[in-house]
Write a protein that binds this ligand. Structure first.
Ligand code: ZN
Ligand code: ZN
Length: 344
């Protein structure tokens, strides 16, 4: 099969790999319909996030079950499925406490980072990480369920309530998913994005809401300070401005993964203003079925602006990060292994 692997030089190569078979009795092999490119994938290529050379990258995948091991009961060939790439062992001390997202045996099990992922024609995973797609949902919407699960975990950690104001920092795909979900929760949403092209893309996504509860702002606009009951930094290096956007007694969730970011905070300000700084990570897999259910009500497919075959991976990544000064035209970019005969 065709697969995109990570090289020692942190570039991608399209190679031929043996097509995976179910090896364990509970294995499921999925023919990939499409896989979203995540900010983490880009971070790996620019050296901001670790990954194992030789791995097949990609983790935001949807597809059709191709083959199953003898012990698989929940899935059969032909089922349309969504992949939950946040694996856990189920038996380490933190897993036994139910905190699967902090599993101690992550090494070697990070899909698309150190375990073969979904920028390929096929992927193999244990049955419990494969979820059936709701009838009538299309692959575009389903491929944004994994980022939605991350957004769900972070908004839950931030205890967002109906009627509150949420400030979402960053108008990239994750910011837009957070804003869609916060709106669905009944919050007023201020989405903050410096790039004028991205601002316009964000406004197009929220044109359907029409109730005025989601507005898009530049970071230097006046009137943003002390507004957010909840502030979500989806970029990961904007803690200082995020604290500025937070109302007194507000909660600030650090969501974006940014291994090089540091911040200067005044501890006295945190205690005098009663701020809560929260880190929640990606998500506990128990949230994944909830994210699938929520996806039935959220127009996530609007995020998918570009699709490329695996062969055009350079163009796909370039669409995500234009040269400085060039317009952003993309929110979510997906890679499609078989553009002609894509599974239905
Ligand atoms: Zn991701
Ligand atoms: Zn574990």
């Amino acid at each position: 099969m065709k697969a995109l692997i990570l090289n020692e030089q942190r570039t991608l190569s399209l190679v031929d790999r043996p097509r995976p078979e179910p090896t364990a009795p509970t294995d499921v092999v999925v023919r990939v319909a499409q896989t979203g490119i995540c900010g983490t994938d880009r971070s790996v290529l620019v050296g901001k996030f670790p990954a194992e050379p030789g791995v097949v990258m990609g983790h935001e995948a949807v597809g059709v079950v191709d083959a199953v091991g003898p012990a698989v009961t929940e899935h059969k060939p032909g089922d349309r499925v969504i992949i939950n790439p946040t694996l856990y062992c189920g038996s380490c001390p933190t897993c036994l406490e139910g905190h699967w997202d902090f599993c101690r045996n992550k090494a070697g099990t990070e899909v698309g980072l150190d375990l073969d992922g979904a920028f390929a024609e096929y992927i193999r995973l244990p049955e419990r990480f494969i979820h059936r797609m709701p009838d009538g949902m299309d692959f575009d919407r389903a491929s944004v369920v994994e980022p939605l699960a991350c957004a769900l975990n972070n908004l839950e950690a931030g205890r967002l309530q109906a009627g509150e104001t949420a400030v979402v920092v960053g108008g990239g795909p994750v910011g837009v998913v957070c804003a869609l979900l916060a709106h669905h929760y009944g919050a007023r949403v201020l989405l903050i994005e410096p790039d004028p092209y991205r601002q316009e893309l964000c406004r197009q996504v929220f044109a359907h809401t029409e109730d005025g509860r989601v507005t898009v702002h530049a970071p230097d606009e006046t009137g943003l300070a002390r507004r957010g009951d909840l502030v979500v930094d989806t970029v990961g290096n904007l803690l200082e401005p995020s604290m500025e956007y937070a109302a007194d007694r507000g909660r600030v969730v650090i969501m974006g993964y940014h291994s090089k970011a540091t911040a200067t905070v005044r501890p006295l300000e945190i205690l005098q203003r009663g701020l809560h700084l929260i880190g929640a990570g990606d998500y506990n897999s128990r949230l994944f079925p909830t994210a699938i259910e929520l996806a039935r009500w959220l127009p996530l497919e609007k995020l998918v602006t570009h699709r490329f075959p695996l062969e055009e991976h350079d163009a796909a990544f370039a669409a995500l990060a234009p040269e400085p000064g060039a317009p952003y035209s993309a929110l979510k970019v997906v890679l499609v292994p078989e553009p002609a005969g894509a599974p239905e």
